[in-house]
Design a protein around this ligand. Sequence first.
Ligand code: FES
Length: 165
Amino acid sequence: MCTPCGCQKENKGTPAPAEQAEAGGRGLTRRQAVAGTAGLGAGAALLTACGSSGESESLTANDGRPAQATDMAAVTDVPVGGVIQANNDGVTVMITQPTEGTFHAFSSVCTHQGCQLNAQKEKTMTCPCHASVFSLEDGSVQGGPAETALPEFTVEVKDGRIWVS
Ligand code: FES
């Protein structure tokens, strides 16, 4: 728990890419690696989000980017002009479709102090901790205390599925 903001810092157990690479190097399957480092990933997020001075630090090393291309959703899951929070195999991302047929994927980790974003009513990307709001088009800050846009990930649509890397 982060004392200054009182929010619960969690990253759904998504290990940092370096952790995943290290685990993969030991011959574990990706699922085993995720399960085995889930606690470590959450702990690392806590340590990263709340420094001893009480100020937040950069979360760029653990922004939730998948270590490899991951099938996150069907194109039909994402409403036109809206957003979903997609979860698969320990990865959580925000997927938007601001205009029909145009998809974007963003980190689900708020750039303010690291809370997990919500897809409120599938229309906005909003942080439940201090109400920052992010653009569906480019992840830019639309309101609230966040000052930095959400990291955008690579999207590839194949056979009606949205792959994020
Ligand atoms: S953590 Fe403060 S607005 Fe998201």
